[in-house]
Design a protein around this ligand. Structure first.
Ligand code: FAD
Length: 593
């Protein structure tokens, strides 16, 4: 095994003395789910020790992987095809790394717990190793597998290695409750234990795979073998899956020490797509664990040591990694975290049900080019900049359409290549102003948390953000403008023109509001609004005013009832809000060209 000394993060120091793994003893099975990597993989490390044979397994759950024609986008019933391709690329990369070490990935198909139980029996496994997972899906699955394993005397090793901290320990330290603010999380968390530990980065060899018998083991399938066509998408995500790609991307990011040292979110251009303003490491860290967060952490610490001055959490790159930890811990410690109902930290808000509006938002047909371009980037690439996510989440929920955050969450969950249960839910709850603060909650308060480091800086930034992007009013109803926010970064509309080619000839003064262009201009640009590109589905000024009114009433009800709002209370409020809205709409018809 190759261990990672503290200096390994410097790009030149990756050649370390190998420690050969011992290859005697009983059979072990390493069950790959998220940690699709060789480096810093404690489950793999443990399985490889003292094993006669080691069975590295990945189970394809047909429900997750096989095409489903009735979904709104190409893919399975649970995932868009971009993410399925990313997963297959990650599996192939893992298989080829294992093959170089004398092993291979054994791919099996079926309900994962049934398959694993059969493997344990058939291969006479004595040690089962897999990464601990806090997602509810895995909690239920792992409970079943562990119960069986202990009943038949199989040793189970399930280390926490997806995150820097163990969420259970943080919650225990906080008196049994998940910390609900980033600052309190940081205080409780302190330094992660990986700060000074050596990580195993590679091996000189791995124990051989034993006889696989007749369990139907296969190689990693291709997309076509799973039933997808080559032309399933007209444009595929530019981000390729796998550990090799993840490490390449990480090294490229950290090799620019000045960039790492000066990284500051929420600065950075959400419209930069040819060279994104952030690392785009999320698909590798989150969904599939192609990159170890602990390795990323050590690399960042190494850079910070080498440079004189650098930004700090929460705005720094390290700060971003800690947001990930914060959401994992909160999600793990909160009942019904992925729902409004029954979620003790979520405000009860009478969101609207409107399938047509939801579909227009999802398909990039709202008539607001900035919003539509972001949604098309999601459909085509499965990844967008963080602030771009803010804009579309705000637009769907409390900004313009007043549609339930759970429905937006579902669309993201399906299409993002970095889709992650804890982080996606956490951010949707946040962006819809449904949780995390008992007081007013908005991107401003979010950024307040971000800027706690310096009070002066905080004041300047809040003032700047307020002036640039939001109108007046109290904080919880400050809203991202679907027109002026994007324009600030990309006045020429290059991002819009790339993702919405129908607007490529629209002059820049109309690119964010094409419905205001005279008909002669629309004709010349070969884009007639209402025919070639949709009219805006709502007028932002009026819609956002309506949303603010509704949020105000919902917040007041939450306060009055001290959070104990029943179905009937919510139904009554919804009815009242809808009646009020109807009369308001009658008085304020949109004025379109
Ligand atoms: P960088 O800025 O380079 O940050 C480095 C790493 O820090 C990221 O890879 C990620 O692991 C972590 N990170 C950064 N921002 C956040 C954040 N706000 N919360 C948690 N971790 C963070 N991220 C996901 O990984 N999966 C999701 O399903 C997801 N859903 C989101 C939904 C909404 C509505 C919003 C507003 C944000 C969501 N995010 C999600 C968070 C964030 O947008 C992405 O993590 C980030 O844009 C990824 O780009 P990056 O790797 O270049 O980030």
């Amino acid at each position: 095994m190759r261990r990672l000394p503290s200096s390994v993060c410097s790009p030149s120091s990756h050649h370390l003395n190998p420690i050969t793994s011992m290859s005697t003893g009983s059979n072990s099975l390493v069950w790959f789910r998220k940690s699709l990597r060789v480096h810093d993989n404690p489950a793999l490390e443990h399985a490889s020790k003292c094993s006669g044979s080691m069975y590295p397994v990945f189970v394809i759950d047909p429900h997750y992987m096989e095409p489903n024609q009735s979904s709104f986008s190409p893919g399975s019933s649970r995932a868009g095809v971009n993410r399925i391709r990313f997963l297959l690329e990650s599996l192939s990369d893992l298989d080829s790394s294992l093959k170089k070490l004398g092993s291979r990935l054994l791919v099996l198909k079926g309900e994962p717990s049934d398959v694993i139980l059969r493997c344990l029996q058939e291969w006479k496994v004595k040690r089962l190793c897999f990464e601990y997972d806090t997602d509810p899906y895995y909690q239920a699955l792992d409970f079943k597998v562990k119960e069986y394993a202990s009943s038949v005397g199989v040793e189970v090793f399930s280390p926490v290695s997806h995150t820097l901290f163990n969420p259970t320990e943080i919650i225990d330290k906080n008196g049994g409750k998940a910390p609900l603010s980033y600052q309190s999380f940081l205080k409780i968390a302190g330094e992660p234990s990986c700060a000074d530990s050596e990580l195993v980065m590679s091996y000189s060899s791995l124990p051989p795979v034993g006889d696989v018998g007749s369990l139907g083991v296969s190689e990693v399938p291709t997309l076509q073998e799973l039933g997808y066509r080559d032309d399933e998408q007209d444009e595929w995500t530019p981000f390729r899956g796998g550990e090799s790609e993840a490490l390449k991307r990480l090294r490229k990011s950290i090799s620019d020490k000045a960039w790492v040292a000066n990284f500051e979110k929420p600065k950075g251009d959400p419209s930069a797509f040819l060279k994104p303003a952030t690392t785009v490491l999320s698909p590798y860290l989150k969904k599939f664990g192609c990159l170890s967060s602990r390795y990323f952490y050590q690399c960042l610490q190494r850079v910070y040591k080498d440079v004189k001055k650098h930004t700090s959490p929460p705005v720094s790159l390290l700060g971003q990694l800690l947001w990930r930890e914060f959401f994992y811990t909160t999600a793990f410690g909160t009942r019904n975290f992925d729902k409004m109902k029954g979620n003790p930290i979520c405000k009860q808000i009478p969101w609207k049900e409107d399938h047509d509006m939801l579909a227009a938002w999802r398909d990039g047909k709202t008539g607001y080019p900035w919003i539509d371009a972001i949604m098309v980037q999601l459909l085509k690439w499965g990844w967008m900049h963080h602030l771009a996510r803010h804009c579309v989440a705000c637009f769907l929920t409390r900004g313009d359409l007043f549609i339930h955050w759970e429905q937006g969450r579902d669309v993201f969950e399906r299409l993002l290549i970095d889709s992650d249960w804890a982080i996606n839910n956490g951010n949707w709850v946040w962006l819809s102003c449904s949780s995390f603060f008992y007081q007013a909650l908005s991107p401003i308060t979010y950024h307040m948390d971000l800027f706690f480091v310096s009070k002066v800086y905080l004041f300047i930034c809040l003032h700047f953000l307020r002036r640039c992007f939001f109108g007046g009013g109290i904080q919880y109803n400050r809203i991202y403008s679907p027109i002026s926010f994007g324009k600030k970064y990309d006045p020429d509309g290059k991002y819009i023109k790339h993702f919405l080619p129908v607007l490529k000839d629209m002059p820049k003064q109309y690119i964010y509001e094409p419905w205001t262009a005279p008909l002669s201009v629309q004709t010349k640009a070969k884009c007639i609004v209402g025919k070639d590109y949709p009219k805006p589905m709502v007028m932002h000024d009026e819609a956002s005013k309506e949303c603010k009114r509704k949020m105000g009433e919902a917040y007041a009800l939450n306060k009055k009832m001290n959070g104990n709002i029943g179905d009937e209370d919510l139904r009554d409020l919804r009815r009242k809000l809808e009646n009020d809205e109807e009369s308001n709409i009658r008085n304020q018809r949109p004025k379109l060209n």
